[in-house]
Structure formats: structure tokens, C-alpha cells
Design a binder for this molecule. Structure first.
Ligand SMILES: C[S@@+](CC[C@H](N)C(=O)[O-])C[C@H]1O[C@@H](n2cnc3c(N)ncnc32)[C@H](O)[C@@H]1O
Ligand code: SF4
Length: 387
């Protein structure tokens, strides 16, 4: 392979602690140990992150960073002073592009809300608030530690403290009706969120819900829910620019867009994944997963648990897995620029996708049709390597 130029670069920072583990969650998140000295642990964790970043610099020398995403876990459990030290440490080591988006994921607990303005002052430009639902019974059923009133208060504060923010919802929750989902979406829209992400609740392996499955809405009800979501968000002036993401003009998430456009990202923190391109190869890395192990390893300058080069045979599927999530699709020239492969490599699969009515000319070049969005995983699988 031969890349004509390197793609834009983002930075992902993983903060792995939560108050309590939600029964549906398979992210690398761990309950904070009761009685642990949280302040000392957070300080040490930030030291580890900066050591990790320092050791990674030779892989990204001189490349400007277009976005930073501090995700989790529950990053809002970190005190604003710690987030400030982290952001300052990142700025001191990496050239952040002018106007660089810096997102922090926040949960809507009361003591987190009181910190939103301080996060802004610490350099965070965009908050992503994990609301999931406003309905107390549903929040309880999915094991959340906050209630609907706290979610509302958090959103008011997010709108006050930030020029832009994201609101995360989930739908097809245990026992949820279409009318209840509609109420959640209407409540969300009443806060005029510049950006909304709405995910179908999925039962992930190795979670409490996988072991004790809750009763979920029927599939056709979930499809009706998605139709209502699309109608209500559209009427409120939000555009569905990605399968699960809706935004007002000028408020798309730069960081996630870079993932979907198969850009590069350095991932630091426990269990973080990274993808980095070089002239003749694409490298994937994973950091040590358990927070304690990660801290030890990162402080010793050795945070990477595993890495591998993506084979040219896997690149078309990896590119399409991301690009086909975008309503505007992609240009064939972008495919070649990001993978170093000729468009010829995907010509047959593209023709098949068009024949199925899943892909059409338009947008950036080729874009998924409404039907293509409905059958997204079938569409993506057309690009799997043969055999
Ligand atoms: C990793 S979580 C972190 C945000 C924050 N800790 C929270 O829980 O709100 C990011 C988002 O992924 C979504 N999510 C997590 N697990 C999911 C699941 N099993 N199915 C669908 N969406 C999920 C939720 O909407 C959540 O806000
Ligand atoms: S708060 Fe978020 S990251 Fe933590 S366990 Fe729940 S869903 Fe997962």
C-alpha cells in the first residue's frame, strides 16, 4: 500500500471509572473502589496518561490534532483541576489545531452538574451528556444512578455553560412503549440540543443483561420508534448525518466524523484503541485494559498491550464499516486516499450494493439510501474480504 498523504489525526483519552456499572454496558468501565483515595488515584492516572502520550509522540511527530475526546467510563467524576492538568499536558505535547474540539463525557449526577462550568474553564469546548432516558422507571430498569429530574437539570446547565453539547439517549428500553419513547425524544428536544445521539439499546455479551435478559420491545416496535425519532428530530431542525447522530448545522461532532471518515486517532488510557497511518502501513494499538495495570505499565513507558498492522485485504471492510454510517457517504477518491488501494478493489461490491438499492450516487460521491441505512450491517458485509 501507498498513502498519498496522512489522514487527519484525533486524540482519544479513556477515563475508566464509574460510580456503578450499568447492566447493559460493555465499555471498559470499572466501579470506583469504596474508600479508595479518589484524588490520589486520579492524579496518578493523569500522570500515567501523560507518560503514555509522551511515549507515543514519535508515532505522530508534527501532525496537528483536530479533536480530543475524553470518554469513559465517567470522565465527569474527575475533578476539573485534574481535567485541566490533562488538557494542559496534552497541549504542551501535541500541536492542537486552531479551534480544536475538546469533548468531555459527563453523567447527569448532581455533583457532576455543579462542575460543568469549571470543565469549560478547564478548556473543554463540548460536553456529551449521557441521559439515556428522562423516565424514572426506565432509568431504574437500566440501572442508572440518576433520575429524570437530574437529567433535566444537567441539560439546563450544559446549555448554559457550553456553546455546543451532545445529548445521548437510548431507545427500545425494557418495557418502553412507542408513546414513552416519543415523550423522551420530545423532552430531549425541549432543551434544543445542538447534537443528539440516539442508540438502540443492544444486549452486549458478558454484561448483566446478557445473563439476565430484560423484556425488550418487539423488533417492529423498535423500527416504529426509529421512524418517530427521525420525524421528530427532523421537524426540530436536526439532521440525521450518521445512523445514530443528529445535529444542527455547524454542530456535527468533529471527533466522531473523523472516525467515520476513517481518519487516524491516537488512543491513550486504559483499554484505549488507536489507529495510526504511515506511508506504507496502518497500525492498530490497544492499551492495557485494567486501570491499575495500565497505570503501572504507562508510568514505565510501556502502555501498549497489543498492536497489529491492518492487512490491505481488511482495509476495504474497515473503511466501509465507518464510511457507510454517514448519510453523505464517501467519495471513491477518499477510499483510495485512506486505504492506499485503487477503487477497483471495491467496484464489484459497490455494484452489488447499488443493485440491492442500498447505495446511490449523491452526497460526497456514493451514499447509503434509506433502505441501506435499514440494512446497514448487510451492506457493510458486502465488503468483507473474500473467504
Ligand atoms: C460509554 S458510554 C459513556 C457515557 C457515560 N458514562 C454514560 O453512561 O452516560 C457512551 C454512550 O454509549 C451508549 N451505550 C452504552 N452502552 C450501550 C448499549 N449496550 N446499547 C446502546 N447504547 C449504549 C450510551 O448512550 C452512552 O451514553
Ligand atoms: S455510566 Fe456509562 S460507562 Fe459507566 S457503566 Fe454506565 S454506561 Fe457504562
Amino acid at each position: 500500500m501507498n498513502l498519498p498523504a496522512l489522514p487527519p489525526l484525533s486524540l482519544y483519552v479513556h477515563l475508566p471509572w464509574c460510580i456503578r456499572k450499568c447492566p447493559y454496558c460493555d465499555f471498559n468501565s470499572h466501579e470506583m473502589r469504596a474508600g479508595a483515595d479518589a484524588e490520589a488515584e486520579q492524579q496518578r492516572y493523569v500522570d500515567a496518561l501523560l507518560a503514555d502520550l509522551e511515549a507515543s509522540l514519535p508515532l505522530v511527530w508534527g501532525r496537528p490534532v483536530i479533536s480530543v475526546f475524553i470518554g469513559g467510563g465517567t470522565p465527569s467524576l474527575f475533578a476539573p483541576e485534574r481535567i485541566e492538568r490533562l488538557i494542559e499536558g496534552v497541549r504542551a505535547r501535541l500541536p492542537l489545531a486552531p479551534g480544536c474540539e475538546i469533548t468531555l463525557e459527563a453523567n447527569p449526577g448532581t455533583f457532576e452538574r455543579e462542575r460543568f462550568a469549571a470543565f469549560r474553564a478547564a478548556g473543554v469546548t463540548r460536553l456529551s451528556v449521557g441521559v439515556q432516558s428522562f423516565d424514572d422507571a426506565h432509568l431504574k430498569a437500566i440501572g442508572r444512578v440518576h433520575d429524570g429530574a437530574q437529567a433535566r437539570a444537567a441539560l439546563q446547565e450544559a446549555a448554559r455553560a457550553f456553546d455546543t453539547f451532545n445529548l445521548d439517549l437510548m431507545y427500545a428500553l425494557p418495557g418502553q412503549t412507542l408513546a414513552e419513547l416519543e415523550q423522551d425524544v420530545r423532552t430531549a428536544l425541549s432543551f434544543a440540543p445542538p447534537h443528539l445521539s440516539i442508540y438502540h439499546l443492544t444486549i452486549e455479551p458478558n454484561t448483566v443483561f446478557a445473563k439476565y435478559p430484560p423484556r425488550l420491545p418487539e423488533e417492529d416496535v423498535a423500527w416504529d420508534m426509529l421512524d418517530r425519532i427521525t420525524e421528530l428530530t427532523g421537524a426540530a431542525g436536526l439532521e440525521r448525518y450518521e445512523v445514530s447522530a443528529y445535529a444542527r448545522a455547524g454542530h456535527r461532532c468533529v471527533h466522531n466524523l473523523n472516525y467515520w471518515q476513517f481518519g487516524d486517532y491516537l488512543g491513550i488510557g486504559a483499554g484505549a484503541h488507536g489507529k495510526l497511518s504511515f506511508a506504507h502501513r496502518v497500525l492498530r494499538q490497544v492499551r492495557h485494559r485494567l486501570p491499575e495495570r495500565y497505570m503501572q505499565q504507562a508510568l514505565a513507558g510501556d502502555a501498549v498491550a497489543s498492536h497489529h498492522e491492518v492487512t490491505p485485504g481488511d482495509l476495504p471492510f474497515e473503511f466501509m464499516l465507518n464510511a457507510l454510517r454517514l448519510k453523505d457517504g464517501f467519495a471513491l477518491s477518499e477510499f483510495s486516499a485512506r486505504t492506499g488501494l485503487p477503487a477497483e478493489r471495491v467496484r464489484a461490491a459497490l455494484r452489488q450494493a447499488e443493485d440491492q438499492g442500498w447505495l446511490e450516487p449523491g452526497g460526497a460521491g456514493l451514499r447509503p439510501t434509506a433502505r441501506g441505512f435499514d440494512f446497514l450491517s448487510d451492506l457493510q458485509q458486502l465488503f468483507l474480504p473474500p473467504g
